[in-house]
Design a protein around this ligand. Structure first.
Ligand SMILES: C[S@@+](CC[C@H](N)C(=O)[O-])C[C@H]1O[C@@H](n2cnc3c(N)ncnc32)[C@H](O)[C@@H]1O
Length: 317
């Protein structure tokens, strides 16, 4: 049999859209040098029951997948483009979080926790086991795996420039139960670029600690949604906005990056493997498009065009 190279079709980046599928298949279909800003939060290792990645038994398989995603992503970035990666770490322990842990919570109005049946305590969690490999020192029981750092080192060895870290200090962090280690009340957001001469806002400078709360979620619950403030700050840090600024989230989820991108007048491309989230996020973004209330952000928001809303094709909004 003769092998024939079939060229992948190219996805247009001229109109905002959420596409359903595995980002590893979809990213290669983007035109080269077409993306300005990536803001993304891939599934964390062993945290949630969800489609796609994040439930690999061996964390090395999880890292290999993310490395592949970022390898196909690099040529799709414009020379001036940037990547914001929100990625949490994991301890090499089983996920030990259960409903009884509500009693350690400091959430809720009286700061004594929500009711025991609140989704915060009962949401479906992946029943992760520790992954021990006696020949790999970092895979001892109980160790914080340094997954983001391992990924960052691999990415800098394959063409990315690592440009810094922002700490998102959570005003209303989830409680972690009883544990002999610091309770995590922050999340890291890493900044990578294709070229040292990437765009970035210099005035006012972008600080390295951002403090804001998680959002109350209405509609279909996405268990690991980040607040709109996070992608909004990431996109604003690029120092430019408007339609020609293409924002991509290859793990689009409920479309929060898209919402921020549209609010700032940018073009949004989202990839998401979960069909239910695709439908829900398209509706979420279409609702925004219909309202069309752009944020005033000091970057010429008045001049920004409203996002175009396609009536005929539900994958555009
Ligand atoms: C942490 S969530 C992102 C949440 C998003 N930031 C939001 O605010 O809604 C990760 C998402 O990646 C999706 N996902 C997992 N593996 C994927 C893959 N291979 N390709 C595309 N999406 C994937 C999951 O379905 C999930 O919705």
């Amino acid at each position: 049999m003769t092998m024939v190279d079939v060229a992948l079709p190219q996805l247009s980046v001229t109109r905002s859209a959420v596409f359903e599928g595995d980002c590893l298949d979809l990213i290669p279909q983007l035109p080269d040098a077409s993306v300005d800003v990536v803001v993304t939060s891939p599934p964390y290792w062993g945290q949630r029951q969800s489609l796609g990645n994040g439930t690999e038994d061996d964390p090395r398989g999880y890292l290999a997948f993310l490395q592949e995603v970022f390898a196909v992503l690099l040529p799709k970035l414009k020379r001036q483009g940037i990547v914001w990666l929100n990625l949490g770490d994991a301890y090499n322990t089983p996920v030990n979080w259960g409903a009884p842990d509500y009693k350690y919570s400091t959430l809720g109005v009286d700061r004594n926790g929500f009711k025991p049946d609140n989704a915060a305590y009962t949401k479906p969690r992946y029943r992760r086991k520790a992954f021990i490999d006696k020949d790999a020192g970092w895979l001892q029981y109980g160790s914080l795996l340094m997954l983001p750092q391992r990924l960052l080192i691999a990415l800098t060895e394959s063409g990315y420039i690592y440009r810094g870290e922002v700490v998102w200090a959570k005003k209303n962090a989830m409680p972690e139960g009883r544990c002999r280690r610091p309770h995590r009340k922050h999340e890291p957001i890493y900044l990578l670029a294709r070229h040292e001469q990437h765009h970035f806002r210099t005035a006012p400078p972008v600080p390295s600690v951002w403090e804001f709360a998680n959002e109350h979620i209405t509609g279909l619950q996405h268990r690991s949604r980040f607040p709109t403030e996070l992608p909004k700050r990431c996109i604003e840090a690029y120092g430019r906005n408007g339609r020609e600024v293409v924002v991509l989230d290859p793990f689009s989820g409920s479309g929060t990056t898209g919402l921020a991108a549209l609010q700032l007048g940018c073009t949004y491309i989202g990839f998401e493997i979960d069909a239910e989230q695709v439908v829900e996020s398209r509706n979420r973004l279409a609702t925004f498009g219909a309202q069309g209330n752009l944020l005033t952000n000091g970057l010429g928001a008045d001049a920004m065009p409203r996002p175009e809303i396609a009536q005929s094709d539900r994958s555009d909004f």
